[in-house]
Write a protein that binds this ligand. Structure first.
Ligand SMILES: [Zn+2]
Length: 150
């Protein structure tokens, strides 16, 4: 699959992140696609909105995908490099490809996933980074809570 297709998928995750931002939440979005680029599900971080630490962009999209027989050929697209919790989800269910919007704000488990055979495509998106940095600058305490930093 070419870069332009991954960029188009990232736009869906980015729309989710922007929606989260508009709701007053942490702007991280994600989506699941088939290998043919068909959208399966989408979601965003709702820690603040739902008072629920377990709703990350990736887990929200994952839950909305319902039961899938296999995850090997699915593509997880996320605006930010997946945290350890979401990286664990990727390994547990055998998701084959993860498209990362950016990994500068937060590195997460991208290297660990790559070392374990997951196809990681980091698009290094300035749009993703700027949106999240804007939120982190305004709400550092919520951000630290989200990444488990005390
Ligand atoms: Zn996560």
């Amino acid at each position: 699959m070419d870069q332009a297709k991954y960029e188009a998928m990232l736009q869906v995750a980015l729309e989710e992140a922007r929606q989260g931002f508009a709701e007053g939440g942490i702007p991280i979005g994600a989506a699941l696609f088939t290998e043919d680029g068909e959208l399966v599900s989408r979601g965003h971080n709702r820690r603040v909105q739902e008072d629920d630490s377990s709703i990350h962009g990736e887990t929200d999209a994952f839950r909305k995908a319902g039961r899938q027989r296999s995850y090997r050929k699915l593509i997880m697209v996320t605006t930010l490099s997946p945290c350890w919790y979401c990286s664990g989800l990727v390994r547990q269910f055998g998701i084959g490809t993860v498209v990362v919007g950016e990994s500068r704000t937060f590195r997460g488990g991208a290297d660990w996933l790559r070392e374990n055979g997951v196809n990681i495509i980091d698009l290094d998106s300035a749009e993703c980074r700027e949106l999240l940095e804007r939120y982190v600058a305004a709400h550092p305490e919520v951000w630290n809570e989200d990444i488990g930093k005390e």
